[in-house]
Design a protein around this ligand. Structure first.
Ligand code: SAM
Length: 200
């Protein structure tokens, strides 16, 4: 997990300037992207967002699913601190997806928005996500950009995140299925990347 430490350091270092690097109108873009998932968000009594960064998706989730109980985590303390400034009234905590400080079978929906490629041990991360999900609970791996754009951004950034790539749709499908998820669907399209699985 040496690479995990390097990646965490990268995000710690970039946390103070993260929002300044986002595209103009990022908040509106996220609303437009997430609106189509509203029913899935609302169906979840408890949502855990992993890799929240500066919390850009939190206001979106709170608006689209106001009755869902939302908790948001990131392994970089700097990111959690920035998210706290953005949404002081939310449940935020510092945690690594590979070892979540959550009881088993509690969460209805886990959302990883723009964070999955950075999980260094994906089978272990998926096992851990599956552990905290209730039976029939859902995982949504969301990217508001297509795979090629996501991967190009990471490759351009270079070490230590240059190799953090989204797999092609069929590889992601196999990864989720092999990790015990059922009803797997992967949209690897020219506008966005969305992978879903259900805890069997
Ligand atoms: C590209 S940022 C995306 C932030 C936010 N979700 C967004 O879309 O604006 C990826 C985030 O995932 C977090 N992250 C990466 N690996 C993680 C891990 N193993 N456990 C928890 N968070 C992680 C990073 O610290 C970073 O804040």
């Amino acid at each position: 997990m040496q690479m995990n430490t390097a990646i965490r350091r990268y995000f710690e270092d970039h946390a103070p300037v993260w929002d300044a690097r986002m595209p103009a109108h990022y908040d509106e873009m996220l609303f437009d992207f997430a609106r189509s998932f509203t029913d899935e968000f609302r169906a979840a009594a408890a949502i855990a967002e992993i890799g929240t960064g500066t919390g850009a998706l939190i206001p979106v989730l709170k608006t689209l699913a106001p009755d869902s109980h939302l908790i948001s985590a990131d392994f970089a303390y700097g990111m959690v601190s920035q998210a706290r400034k953005r949404v002081p009234d939310t449940c935020l905590f510092q945690a690594d997806v590979h070892d979540l400080p959550l009881v088993s079978k509690w969460v209805d929906l886990v959302i990883c928005h723009n964070s999955f490629p950075h999980f260094v041990d994906k089978p272990r991360a998926l096992r851990e996500i599956r552990r905290v999900l209730r039976p029939a609970g859902k995982l949504m791996i969301l990217h508001n950009n297509p795979r090629e754009v996501v991967n190009a951004i990471h490759q351009r950034a270079g070490a230590p995140i240059g190799g953090d790539l989204l797999p092609q749709g069929d590889a992601m499908h196999a990864l989720l299925t092999d990790s015990g998820f059922s009803a797997v669907q992967v949209e690897d399209s020219s506008i966005r990347y969305v992978a879903r699985g259900t805890r069997g």
